[in-house]
Ligand binder design. Sequence first.
Ligand code: PAF
Length: 283
Amino acid sequence: MSRSPLSPQRFSDLDALRAQVAAWRAAGERVVLVPTMGALHVGHLALVAEARRVGRAVVSIFVNPTQFGPSEDFSRYPRDVEADLARLAEAGADAAWTPDVATMYPPGFSTRIEVSGLTEGLCGAYRPGHFSGVATVVTKLLNQVRPDIALFGEKDFQQLQVIRRVVADLDMGVEIRGVPTIREADGLALSSRNRYLTPEERAAAPRLHAVLARIAEAVRGGAETAAPCAAGIDELEAAGFQVQYLAVCDAETLAPVARIAGPARVLAAACLGRTRLIDNLPV
Ligand code: PAF
């Protein structure tokens, strides 16, 4: 596959993007979408590397207002498209899709996708409307780009499962693949929001991964999940976290499980100061 040294080509016009995608497909190439909100870090670049391995890598950059609650960080969410494009050029992405708000939500826009069940617990319980905003924007991005495959980080595991549900329920015919979380050397999952952490909070933050790893180990053989989770919450709260949830859940339905009987995931969300961290591990 030959690649332009000027990659990625930036598209803000949907027709132009679709023409490029159609040309790649006509040439027999697979098109892989990596949806992002920008503020790209090494975790995103791992998604781009995986996309390139499979086909043409199209990266969308759009800070989606509809997935933020009124008291959340939409206005301070880091935005630097030029720096993102420079990172994508280094990573060898083929195209960047950078729509503006008017393109995504033109006047009269009135459709929202609601996913029941999966979105009710975990992050859904603390971020009302969040997954509806995510499901709607991801559906739009998939319809706009029409990729063969879309890649999502497993760090937002509930998001990944919600998107899988939407794509299956609406017969969207795109393959959704999860990509394992990239971590700092001390275990902290990479996130655009890590830059909000003060030095003291950054020093405490890896405790979240350590606690999840300990719980995953403790429950793997079929032990009850309640006690290790309660101990994990106590440890995190003592270290300065405000824990929203910490639970062992079925990996597909995300329903809490009392004992492991199949593929499961230990998941948590906790705030350190003003920064909300999420993480999860397979059990
Ligand atoms: O995970 C994200 O960055 C966002 O939720 C996504 C999938 C790009 C939708 O805005």
